[in-house]
Write a protein that binds this ligand. Structure first.
Ligand code: URA
Length: 234
């Protein structure tokens, strides 16, 4: 674990600004290896630092998997309604940089959302170049037309206002009005637009998997920290 200045550790993890750190340190709220720390420029292993007796959460980069409920937007713009950021720990939004979601889910979509402050991960996992699969459970308002799996797999479906067709996607029919769709890209409202282009309105949408991870053990509204993959840090 690399050593970092205490004021930098405290500010990057959301406790205070760098200039406020000296007051936190003077107040005796911070210990390193069990000893009260007082100098903002002293270097410490972040895993040995306690604030108010508690270890610092994810000091070298935070990655969480969140089971997003319906009714929350993935935006910080209050005009758009209740936000996932209001449902997650407030300290996460105070981190520097603050956490963000890796891609977005619509307000009415439920399911797996990654939350992170590791910018390179956002780039990596949202870029179609890296082909990270995302799996959606879809319910529609009428019977699915014949030939839909072949159409989505062909990589020829061009959605309105898009220059390029959708990349080939895997569709598994689960029932007359239910299907599972695997995408490796994330155009704006892509799932709804793909089904909509074939006359079907999506009435329920849930992301069940992103890359290697699913929501096993996480009820709606719950989150847990996961390890930042090797080679990524903020
Ligand atoms: N595609 C959509 O249309 N909506 C989502 O929330 C996610 C993917």
């Amino acid at each position: 674990m690399s050593l970092r200045r205490l004021d930098q550790i405290l500010s990057s993890c959301g406790y205070c600004t760098r200039s406020e750190a000296r007051f936190w340190l003077r107040g005796g709220r911070v210990t390193v290896d069990g000893q009260p720390a007082s100098k903002p420029d002293a270097k410490a292993d972040p895993t040995k630092v306690l604030v108010d007796g508690k270890p610092i959460e994810a000091p070298d980069g935070l990655l969480a998997i969140y089971h997003k409920p319906a009714g929350l937007v993935c935006s910080r713009d209050e005009r758009e309604g209740d936000s996932i950021y209001g449902a997650l720990p407030a300290l996460w939004s105070e981190r520097n940089p603050p956490v963000t979601s890796i891609g977005r889910l619509d307000k009415d979509t439920t399911g797996l959302l990654f939350i992170t402050d590791v910018g390179d991960l956002v780039q990596r996992w949202t870029s179609p170049k890296h082909k990270v699969p995302k799996v959606y459970e879809v319910a529609v308002d009428r019977d699915l037309p014949a030939g839909l799996a072949e159409l989505f797999a062909a990589g020829t479906l061009r959605l309105e206002d898009e220059d390029k067709p959708c990349l080939p996607a895997k569709l598994k029919i689960i029932g007359p009005r239910e299907a599972r769709l695997e995408l490796i890209e994330g155009k704006f409202h892509q799932v709804k637009r793909m089904f909509g282009s074939q006359g079907c309105n999506v009435v329920r949408l849930h992301r069940s998997r992103f890359g290697d991870l699913d929501l096993t053990g996480l009820a709606e509204g719950e989150w847990r920290l996961v390890e930042v993959p090797a080679g990524f840090s903020r």
